[in-house]
Design a protein. Structure first.
Length: 478
């Protein structure tokens, strides 16, 4: 130290900016002033003015008498100037921004969207099983069995998925596996029974198709919760052969059986190989009732999606199945929708850090909701247009159909947004109310514009709820 003019090593001089301050020639290391500078080295180096050092000295309890006696300076300000001259400036580096807790890879979200959409090809392959004369509500015979099984499965599996994710959020993966081991087979059985209960005489092929779909939904729920969407994607690839022209009629059911068997076998293997030991005593357990709103949201959202898919059947008396470009567009859009939900959470946290007032933060949240929802609706509109052009015998995408589809998409996205922040009750109430209103309008024979009014009202209400609830800073806890 005696050979250096600075307090600190040579490496610090090379890498840290400072204002040169020379130490008096001949100063020894036992100089009290030097020792004091060494003691408060870090604080002095970060000071931008001698007055900051004077405050440090006074807070240390030094009196003017001690300063005059020990250090030879009349007061703390004079001593601070001397210390400021001795220690080079070394300002602390700006802290790195915190890691984004809600980062989601776009490719993974798009993969999930494909996993959600590929089962739609099953309706193309299973068309011979669902064919028949019109029955209730002008739908083909056996379609009611399919709808009953589908809606029951949606409600059950949505609740089961939330239950399992609740365990995962508590870092208890074995408990999530136990919930899936019990809930997935039970859900498949209940939804299959619902499909069989409404199937009529001579509708055994349609009932078998519905039972297969119920089993697939249960298997897919378990695999998606446990993060096996990539493996599930490979089990669905045989369904893509359904678009091959000239495919024999008998090949469709065979491909369905191959894909279904692969998905169920993968789910069984995954659940059997996962560790699921006994639950530790005294561990925190999520309440079962917290999953009910998520199931009700699944019911309302499922009915709205079915109305979007069946709109042409109701309006034009088509004898097609429940598959269609509207349903495929909605399912394909789930991938971008999921990514935009993550982007909203990330952008809202960034706005929370940059906003200086509650009003400013609410404005930033409203802008972020508008941008993310607008981006999702643009993607959905593009998918709907592409589906209408590519889907065989699809009706033209009229302004009314597109507007209704976009409003249903807005309901689903804003509902999922509220769900992701724990506001599942409000989302479930609005979606279920809209589904009931759509059903009543259908039974009463209301004009098609009624669906536009119902979906628009639900979308507007959910958007207002999102802006109000998520405009509070306390809602954005990572």
């Amino acid at each position: 130290m005696s050979g250096s003019l600075w307090l600190g090593g040579d490496e610090e001089q090379d890498t840290l900016p400072f204002i040169p301050r020379q130490r008096p020639p001949g100063a020894a290391t036992d100089d009290p002033l030097f020792q004091l500078a060494l003691r408060f080295k870090e604080l002095i180096a970060a000071a931008v003015h001698p007055d900051e050092i004077a405050a440090i000295i006074e807070s240390d309890g030094m009196t003017d008498d001690r300063i005059r006696t020990v250090y030879g300076h009349p007061d703390s300000f004079s001593l601070a100037e001397a210390l400021y001259a001795r220690v080079p400036r070394r300002y602390p580096a700006a802290p790195a921004p915190p890691p984004e807790p809600f980062h989601a890879h776009l490719g993974s979200c798009l993969l999930r969207g494909l996993v959600f959409a590929l089962p739609g090809l099953a309706y193309v392959l299973g068309a011979p099983l669902l064919a028949g004369p019109p029955a209730a509500l002008g739908l083909p015979a056996g379609t009611m069995a399919l709808l009953a099984g589908t809606v029951t499965g949606w409600v059950w599996n949505q609740s089961l998925s939330h239950r399992a994710h609740s365990w995962l959020s508590l870092a208890d993966r074995p408990a999530a596996v136990r919930a899936l081991r019990l809930g997935a087979p039970l859900g498949a059985a209940l939804s299959t029974l619902a499909a069989l209960a409404v199937s009529g005489p001579g509708e055994l092929p349609a009932a078998a198709f519905a039972a297969g779909q119920c089993c697939y939904l249960a298997a897919a729920t378990a695999l998606l919760v446990l993060g096996r969407e990539r493996a599930l994607f490979w089990t669905l690839l045989p369904l893509t052969l359904g678009v091959v022209p000239g495919l024999p009629t008998a090949a469709g059911p065979a491909l369905l059986l191959v894909s279904l068997t692969a998905a169920v076998a993968l789910a069984v293997r995954t659940l059997c190989t996962e560790t699921a030991g006994p639950r530790p005593g005294g561990a925190i357990q999520p309440r079962l009732t917290t999953s009910v709103p998520y199931g009700l949201f699944g019911l309302g959202a499922g009915v709205l999606v079915l109305y979007a898919a069946l709109g042409d059947v109701f309006r034009h008396g088509s004898t097609g199945t429940v598959a269609g470009p509207s349903a495929v567009a909605l399912t394909l859009s789930t991938g971008p929708a999921e990514w935009l939900l993550h982007r909203f959470r990330a952008e809202s946290l960034a706005g929370l850090r940059s906003s200086s007032s509650a009003r400013g933060f609410r404005g930033a949240v409203s802008v972020t909701v508008t941008l993310c929802l607008g981006a999702y609706l643009l993607v959905l509109a593009a998918l709907a247009e592409a589906g209408s052009r590519l889907w065989p015998d699809a009706p033209a995408l009229t302004g009314l159909r597109l507007a209704t589809l976009l409003l249903i998409g807005a309901v689903l996205w804003t509902g999922l947004l509220l769900q992701s922040f724990g506001a599942a009750v409000g989302a479930a109430v609005v979606c279920c109310t809209a589904a009931v209103a759509q059903t009543v309008a259908l039974v009463l024979g209301a004009p098609p514009t009624t669906g536009l009014l119902v979906s628009g009202s639900a979308a507007a209400l959910l958007a207002v709820l999102a802006c109000v609830l998520l405009g509070r800073a306390t809602a954005h806890r990572p």
